[in-house]
Design a protein around this ligand. Structure first.
Ligand code: ATP
Length: 142
């Protein structure tokens, strides 16, 4: 099966680098599935889950937006922030969620609603990804 190189980086670090079978990314215009030998493409990513398929396994990363560049031989994701499942601090994400919800409910004067909503979205994505485990896709027996 054809594979393609995937590099997921942030300004701070390299989060993932390996040969993969497919990537499904949260594109601005919807879920974007990218297979090896994809036509050149560059687009913006929304906060969400980045699904990586490799050798029958699926990995998830939580990302808070960024860019994706696909070339026939490699895929590069430049993410604002990105964490693998095992890196996510659940207590921290729950605390961030609680804080954001409090700000939104209270409607405190001076609270930047868009900022609180963005923080809430990041925390929910982290919690969702943290709940994911490495899964094996069912293989069809012939
Ligand atoms: P917090 O309020 O807890 O800092 P945040 O959404 O404001 O959350 P970000 O600004 O998105 O945090 O991220 C800052 C840095 O902290 C990034 O490097 C990000 O990967 C990391 N990070 C944020 N939340 C978590 C978490 N729950 N677990 C692991 N790393 C996290």
């Amino acid at each position: 099966m054809a594979t393609t190189r995937l590099d997921v980086v942030t300004a701070e670090r390299e989060v993932f680098s390996d040969d993969v079978d497919e990537v499904v990314a949260p594109g601005v215009e919807g879920q974007l599935g990218i297979l090896p030998h994809h036509a050149p493409l560059m687009t913006t990513l929304l906060p969400g889950e980045l699904l990586i398929k490799k050798g029958g396994e699926e990995f998830y990363l939580a990302i808070s937006g960024g860019f994706i560049e696909a070339r026939p031989d490699r895929i590069i994701v430049l993410a604002d922030t990105a964490e693998r499942v095992e890196e996510i601090d659940i207590a921290r994400a729950e605390e961030a969620k609680r804080r954001a919800e409090e700000r939104l409910v209270e409607g405190i004067p001076g609270v930047d609603t868009a900022r609180a909503e963005a923080a809430l979205r990041r925390s929910l994505i982290r919690l969702r990804v943290a709940g994911r485990r490495r899964r094996r896709r069912p293989t069809i027996q012939v």
